[in-house]
Unconditional design. Structure first.
Lengths: 351, 857
């Protein structure tokens, strides 16, 4: 009987090694461990055995059963692993096939640049103040020290609105965001005319110049004006603020440069340039000699402060302005300013 | 303004390189836009931030030479051979220069001709080619004669585009000298901003250079006799409008002889951009370029004739309406009362400060010159020069402002130059009317002012030094020196020089001086500091924040932002309205001077801009999802500032998804895609209770259009484009599906966004979900059914979501079945089946009573 058990075990293990899949394994289990299997028959035939044989055969039979069961489990795991391995080997995607692209929306590059500027200036305490696009001559020019007929007006070729009966104060498309200076100062000083509060604002917005359009000149463009007024604002503060802006926008190493200039509504006046970040100031075909012209600036002219309700003997201020597209063009390598308002999706989809 | 370096050096010693000089001038506010090199070494590329042109002359190979004889060419009539000495050797040089032909074949010349000579191997411009093409002289045989060198024209030397003949030098030019040493130069083209009018002369620019380099200005070089001091008696002056003509000065020179001016004078004028005419006109121009006062020379004999033997009397006055004057360009100009005229008793002589008249112009017969130097109102001159389109060197200066003190100086200098170059005799004294004497501004400034504006500490002495460098007279103001213990800061009394009009008084004058202090001190010497001032009151910009949130939400919905030109035409915008609807008759804001008619009107509709952009992009993309936020402009009735309203426009068209290599929903978007976006937008903005109502709108299909209403305020409309609107745009054939768009009143929408919003607690108890399908008449809008379910269900029905609409046999004709998912949810209890059954009954009863709805079994 013990021999028989050994042979059952040997046969079973041998057939198990031939088992190739889960179906065969199940058949094997029925055949070797099922109710009518030879091993079970040994258990079933237990009662026919002698008292002496029973413990010996029983022990042996249990050993064989355990051995077959663990062999079964091992084989089962093995087969499962095989199946998984085969499946993993077969389920190979072509990862170069395109993904399912969801239509994606985009912010206009102008909005993106403006947001960056809002953030940079916001952290320096400048709040956004917005002002109208169609202006009067008074706000666009006269209150900013451009008298009627003054040659400084040649610096800003103007689109006028066809209106009648307005004499020396026609309507026009603002040529700069600077009317926002007087408008904001008047709003702020009205809060406390005797002791007007300080002002620290940026004025973004569309401005218009009567100019032939080409890759570098637009007749409608976005400008960002800045104004800081208070009892102790200095030209050195202006330099520091522009330098901080340049470092934030173009990198910590960026240097700024101030050149004397003229704007009727600032005194002293300055143009500010930044060191070209494309060539690190060595000179390239974008900058020429290492410097990029960015914008105009200066200390607010005493008359303009007075026009805004701020006593120029007590208050001082600085103002600056620059073209937002100019910054975007530099940052994104855009070589034609006309792209901005043409709304060609081949341009917009790059942002 | 073009400033030759050599001319500047008449007034100031310059020991800077050309790039250094250009940088210095640019940094001081006078941008050097271009530099023309005349023979001097060419600056390294990238060393100057200005357009560089011109030619460097090899000092060995391009030299001064003398021609002693001009001989005919044996084989060519149009060529001559010059016997030439270059300081070392004699050469036979072949040339075709027409200005040598008069010397041809007359034997050895009595007076040597001095020329610019380029030797073999020299690099010059090719005179026979268009534009500037460099060439190197090589040995060749021309018509049987050896040629290896050249006598040069101005074009070949890169001085000008003159190539009619060769350049003649002055008789005293030493043969053999490098041409670059003899006449090498550089011309700086300086852009002068309006406040730099004082620098519109060699002296003016030299003063700035001197101040910045710590040099002193050299006195004027003397060329001829001076006018004797005193009052002249050769003419009378009557000024009728003091404001227009604050000063008028006359000088007289007799027995002059009209001839060409000296070569060096002509060369200087040319380098400075003016055409030499004759010694008299050149003297007026030279004096103007040199010291800044435009002068006008009258033929005194013509004036005397007009006066009929009486003394000449000059009258300045405004023109009569319609008065005519023939200016020296031989154009008859009709004037109005804004123009100012210089007249005599017989009538108008010249357009003051802008252009002379033809009759009293200098001719070759002129023997006596009456020389005018005057001061004019610059704004008026600017207007006149513009009206008559007469930009000139004189109006360039007068329209920026020339100080009245210059009138006298200009006349004196002009007379001196005329005397030197024409050999005349200057009549003693000047006739001078200066009724509106200009007082030079006096400003009081201290180091505290400098500190306040610039943020730096400069001593009183330093401030005085900086201002004195620019000719400001500075002295310590003794009245303001402190007494006893309380010493106040020292105050400087500053008087502006008598050639500047750009310095004000009081606090403006202080600011003007601070600019001069900063410029001469150097902007780059000022520190970069952060503001120490108190922050202003913090208002933020809530509207902008809301607007940016709106943008983000739209982008999240897959829309691309556009920004359009604000201009349009009524015709182009009119396309957005169907032909059978009323036209947009609100008046447009019209641009008086548009670049083109197409850019002549400010838009009334952001949607029209978006439709235009969609039309263009439909050729590039089959799916469009666009939005724009921006202003529209509505003219005011009273010619006042227009109303600038803000709109949001959205456009959708094309397939719902982009499709690809796998199955995807590429069916075209419809009304409900747009409605979905708007719904999500309103939810994202936390705007509650906006109703969608059927509406009519001239842009949209009458059956596929809705409006958004909040309370009693309409905030916009949307829908599918009206078929006849669609037809008005040029869509590509492949672009077939519906075009959806929306136009919303952004200002109204922004107002509806709540500033604060509270959230609800997350329920901890499970909800009960059930489906409810009801059959209603086709005419009943689904929205009414849903609203009624919410109403009847009350607060515990937290969500009502339509998931199916069925029409067909099972519900019968004229009916539809609407199936909803309902969520019952309470915070404090769990609903049992019987609770839900009760609520369902209540809802169904309401639906039945009010809408005749039947539960679909």
């Amino acid at each position: 009987m013990l021999k028989k058990l050994e042979s059952i075990e040997a046969t079973a293990l041998e057939t198990l090694s031939a088992v190739q899949d889960e179906n065969m394994l199940e058949s094997w289990r029925v055949a070797q461990l099922g109710r009518s299997s030879p091993l079970m028959q040994v258990f079933n035939g237990f009662s026919a055995l002698s008292k002496e044989e029973r413990p010996v055969v029983g022990q042996k039979a249990n050993q064989v059963k355990n051995a077959l069961e663990s062999a079964f489990t091992a084989r089962q795991v093995e087969l499962h692993q095989d199946v998984l391995r085969r499946a993993l080997n077969q389920e190979q995607l072509d990862v170069t096939l395109p993904g399912r692209v969801q239509p994606r929306g985009r912010l206009h590059p102008d909005t993106q640049i403006l947001r960056e500027l809002y953030r940079v200036f916001g952290e320096m305490g400048f709040q956004v103040y917005r002002s109208r696009e169609v202006e009067s001559d008074e706000y666009n020019f006269q209150l900013l020290n451009f008298p009627v007929g003054h040659p400084a007006r040649d610096m800003q070729d103007t689109y006028f609105i066809a209106t009648e009966g307005r004499g020396d104060n026609p309507l026009l498309l603002r040529t700069h965001t600077s009317p926002g200076q007087v408008r904001s100062m008047r709003e702020f000083s009205a809060l406390d005319p005797e002791n007007p509060p300080p002002v620290r604002i940026i004025v973004p917005g569309m401005v218009y110049r009567y100019e032939q359009v080409d890759a570098r000149h637009e007749t409608q463009f976005d400008q960002l004006e800045g104004l800081a007024v208070g009892p102790g604002i200095t030209f050195s503060n202006l330099k520091g603020t522009m330098a901080d802006m340049a470092r934030r926008l173009f990198g910590a190493q960026t240097r700024t440069r101030f050149r004397a200039s003229f704007f009727p509504f600032t005194e002293p006046s300055a143009e500010f340039d930044i060191q070209c970040f494309l060539c690190a100031g060595k000179g390239c075909n974008v900058c020429g000699s290492g410097w990029l012209e960015i914008g105009g600036s200066g200390m607010v002219h005493p008359q303009v402060l007075a026009n805004g309700g701020y006593d120029p003997e007590r208050y001082s201020g600085f103002a600056f302005g620059f073209g937002v597209q100019r910054i975007a063009m530099l940052k994104y390598g855009i070589n034609d300013i006309r792209n901005f308002w043409e709304n060609d999706l081949r341009f917009l989809e790059q942002f | 303004m073009k400033a030759p370096l050599s001319w500047l050096q008449d007034f100031v010693e310059i020991d800077l390189s050309i790039p250094e000089l250009a940088h210095l001038i640019t940094m001081a506010g006078m941008e050097v836009e271009a530099i023309q090199i005349i023979g001097l070494p060419m600056p390294e590329p990238g060393s100057v931030d200005a357009h560089l042109s011109g030619l460097a002359w090899d000092r060995e190979k391009i030299v001064v030479a003398s021609i002693s004889e001009v001989m005919p060419h044996p084989n060519a009539d149009r060529l001559v051979l010059c016997k030439l000495f270059d300081g070392q050797d004699e050469h036979i040089v072949l040339t075709g220069a027409p200005n040598l032909f008069e010397f041809k074949g007359i034997g050895p010349l009595s007076k040597l001709l001095k020329v610019a000579y380029a030797k073999e191997g020299a690099q010059i411009y090719d005179g026979h080619q268009e534009g500037l093409v460099l060439t190197t002289l090589k040995r060749a045989k021309i018509r049987g004669v050896d040629s290896y060198s050249m006598v040069c024209s101005e074009k070949e030397l890169g001085i000008s585009d003159e190539h009619e003949g060769i350049l003649f030098l002055d008789d005293d030019a030493p043969a053999g000298t490098a041409l670059a040493d003899y006449m090498g130069d550089a011309v700086l083209d300086v852009k002068l901003l309006p406040s730099y009018a004082r620098c519109a002369s060699m002296l003016g620019l030299a003063r700035e250079i001197a101040a910045m380099t710590g040099k002193t200005i050299k006195p004027l070089r003397r060329f001829g006799a001076q006018v004797a001091p005193g009052r002249g008696d050769f003419a009378a002056i009557e000024i009728t409008n003091l404001k227009m003509n604050p000063r008028f000065v006359l000088g007289l020179i007799k027995e002059i002889e009209i001839r060409p001016s000296p070569g060096w004078v002509q060369r200087r004028l040319k380098l400075a951009g003016m055409r030499p005419i004759n010694n008299i006109v050149d003297a007026t121009n030279y004096a103007m370029l040199e010291i800044g006062e435009p002068l006008h020379a009258f033929d005194h004999d013509v004036l005397a004739r007009r006066a009929g033997g009486k003394q000449v009397k000059i009258i300045t006055r405004t023109a009569l309406p319609g008065e005519k004057l023939v200016t020296l360009d031989n154009i008859e100009r009709t004037l109005d009362e804004t123009a100012v005229l210089v007249c005599d008793e017989a009538g108008a002589l010249s357009l003051a400060g802008v252009m002379g008249g033809l009759e009293s112009e200098i001719s070759s017969q002129t023997r006596t010159i009456l020389l005018e130097g005057a001061a004019w109102d610059f704004i008026n001159i600017r207007r006149t020069a513009r009206t008559h389109n007469l930009p000139s060197e004189a109006s360039y200066r007068f329209s920026r402002g020339v100080h009245p003190s210059m009138a006298e100086r200009g006349v004196c200098r002009g007379l001196e130059l005329m005397q030197a170059w024409s050999g005349g005799e200057i009549a003693p004294g000047l006739v001078d009317q200066y009724p509106l004497t200009r007082r030079d501004p006096v400003i009081y400034i201290s180091s505290a002012d400098v500190k306040r504006w610039l943020g730096i500490n400069l001593s009183t002495e330093e401030i005085m030094r900086l201002l004195s460098a620019l000719d400001f007279q500075c002295k310590l103001d003794t009245l303001n020196i402190g007494i006893g213990l309380f010493t106040t800061p020292q105050v400087i009394q500053v008087t502006a020089p008598d050639y500047r009009l750009d310095i004000g008084e009081g606090v403006t004058g202080k600011a003007d001086l601070v600019e001069e202090i900063a410029r001469i001190h150097g902007y780059d010497q000022l520190p970069e500091t952060r503001m120490a001032d108190e922050l202003p009151p913090q208002f933020g910009n809530l509207l902008l924040e809301k607007e940016e949130r709106l943008r983000d939400l739209l982008v999240t919905q897959g829309l691309t932002e556009m920004v359009s030109y604000r201009w349009t035409t009524p015709e182009r915008e009119g396309r957005r309205l169907s032909p059978d609807s009323p036209v947009d008759d609100k008046p447009y804001l019209r641009i008086a001077n548009p670049l083109a008619y197409e850019k002549g009107f400010l838009r009334h509709s952001t949607l029209a801009s978006v439709l235009d952009a969609a039309e263009r992009n439909a050729r590039l993309r089959n799916r469009l999802a666009l939005f724009e936020i921006g202003p529209i402009f509505l003219a005011s009735e009273e010619n006042d500032l227009p109303e600038e309203r803000h709109q949001l426009a959205i456009l959708l068209a094309g397939p719902r998804s982009l499709g690809g290599w796998q199955p995807a929903d590429t069916s075209t978007m419809d009304f409900y895609d747009l409605k979905g976006i708007l719904t999500a937008l309103l939810a994202g903005l936390r705007i509650p209770d906006v109703r969608f109502e059927p509406a009519r709108h001239p842009t949209f299909h009458p059956g596929k259009c809705a409006r958004l209403v909040a309370g009693d305020r309409q905030i916009g409309s949307f829908g599918e484009l009206h078929p006849q609107v669609r037809e008005r745009y040029d869509w590509p054939a492949a672009f077939r599906g519906p075009i959806l768009s929306a136009e919303l009143d952004l200002d109204a929408l922004m107002e509806l966004i709540p500033v604060l919003r509270q959230t609800e607690a997350v329920p901890t108890l499970p909800p009960v979900l059930e489906d409810l399908a009801v059959v209603v008449d086709e005419a009943i809008p689904a929205g009414r059914v849903a609203d009624l379910i919410r109403q009847a269900g009350g607060k515990v029905v937290t969500e009502v979501r339509l998931f199916d609409v069925y029409r067909g046999e099972k519900v019968g004709p004229g009916k539809k079945s609407l199936a909803f998912n309902l969520t019952y949810q309470a915070m404090t209890r769990t609903f049992a089946d019987k609770d839900v059954a009760g609520m369902r009954m209540r809802i169904l009863r309401r639906l039945e009573q009010e809408l005749g709805a039947v539960l679909r079994s």
